[in-house]
Design a protein around this ligand. Structure first.
Ligand code: ADP
Length: 347
């Protein structure tokens, strides 16, 4: 059952340039986020990610299409009903957006006050949230006394205060160092697992998606150019732009500069074999090459793990009769993905 679904959604802004056409920030996007998903939205700056999130959050109206949140078509609602929808969605930000003049406790209590909770209920809820995010001793501290990771924990506690079903994270770890990023991602995993909150993560950091997301949509120029299970998109990206993204974090794919070094150093044809769990064994590939009387050398490679499922890429320099190489690659190509990188560019 989708908790958020978008059907042919578009958002156009009037251009600031008079005479120029509208800026289409989100262009005909159809996607569906299931309850319990950790759904990643990835893309370069300007791809339309933040706009998409503002549409889901009902902060701005779409100019076309339908958006359903928790079964309610929000494109048809008035302001008063929209406020209720927004109340079911928590949000965290890159710059944390805490109130500098309020204590940690007052920051977390803020949405509860707005929602009209009683003081004893607020106190109990804040204590519970502080303990959940591991800041039980920081109730009286002020944001400036906290590290970036601690500030984001406060942000998460505040976003969860009223018990939303959905948490939107807009570049929530982009201002943090790698170690702190992982601590915050671990906390978000717990939010998803222990509290059953559906999480939508917008990021330009592929490793964040690899670590935490179950599904991913790749955006470019307002469109979703690829979407699916993270394992599928990372192990076999179909679109050239997703291949570029994935190539930056996936182990075993030579970068253009590594590729030119490989080409200089190794005679023979360079071929990358991509293995996914359940596909043929590497030994079988070596056997097929040997049976054609070919010589080969392993020159590049790496194995990736996405939540317990493995995939990898091995690049071999293959030498021997050209027709025999073609024959072997054709046989192997029936079972694993084969990419010849001797001449054309690498992925
Ligand atoms: P991302 O979050 O992927 O960096 P955005 O959603 O912020 O991308 O922006 C997508 C495109 O829409 C960009 O070209 C941006 O300049 C444009 N855009 C975003 N918000 C507005 C706005 N309020 N008015 C005009 N153009 C906007």
């Amino acid at each position: 059952m989708p908790i958020v679904s978008l059907t042919n959604v578009s958002k156009a802004y009037p251009s600031s340039d008079r005479g120029a056409g509208d800026v289409v920030a989100v262009d005909d996007v159809t996607l569906s986020i299931d309850k319990g998903d950790v759904y990643g939205i990835i893309g370069y700056s300007g791809a339309g990610k933040s706009t998409l999130v503002r549409l889901i959050n009902a902060l701005e109206p779409a100019t076309g299409g339908t958006i359903t949140v928790d079964g309610v078509d929000i494109t048809a609602l008035g302001e008063r009903e929209l406020r209720r929808v927004r109340g079911g969605i928590g949000m965290i930000f890159q710059q944390f957006n805490l109130f500098a003049s309020k204590s940690v406790k007052a920051n977390i209590a803020y949405p509860l006050k707005l929602a009209g909770w009683s003081k004893p209920d607020i106190d109990a809820r804040v204590t519970e949230l502080l303990s959940f995010v591991g800041l039980g001793d920081k109730a009286k501290a002020y944001p400036e006394q906290l590290s970036g990771g601690q500030k984001q924990r406060v942000g998460i506690a505040r976003a969860l205060a009223t018990g939303p079903a959905i948490l939107l994270a807009d570049e929530a770890t982009s201002a943090l160092d790698p170690q702190t990023t992982h601590e915050v991602l671990d906390l978000l995993k717990r939010v998803n697992k222990e509290q059953g909150v559906t999480i939508v993560i917008i990021t330009h950091e592929m490793d964040v998606i690899q670590t935490i997301a179950t599904k991913v949509a790749v955006m470019e120029a307002g469109r979703v150019i690829e979407q699916g299970d993270v394992f599928d998109v990372f192990s076999a990206p179909q679109n050239p732009a997703s291949q570029r993204f994935v190539g930056t974090v996936v182990k075993g794919i030579p970068s253009p500069s590594e590729l030119s070094v490989l080409r200089e150093r190794h005679a023979g044809r360079l071929v990358t074999f991509s293995f996914r769990d359940g596909s043929t064994s590497q030994a079988r590939v070596f056997l097929d090459l040997a049976q054609e009387g070919l010589e080969f050398e392993l020159v590049f490679g790496g194995i990736n793990d996405i939540r317990g499922r493995a995939f990898g890429h091995l690049t071999l320099a293959i030498r021997g009769d050209a027709a025999a190489i073609d024959r072997a690659l054709e046989i192997i190509g029936e079972r694993v993905e084969v990419t010849e990188i001797s001449r054309e560019g690498a992925r």
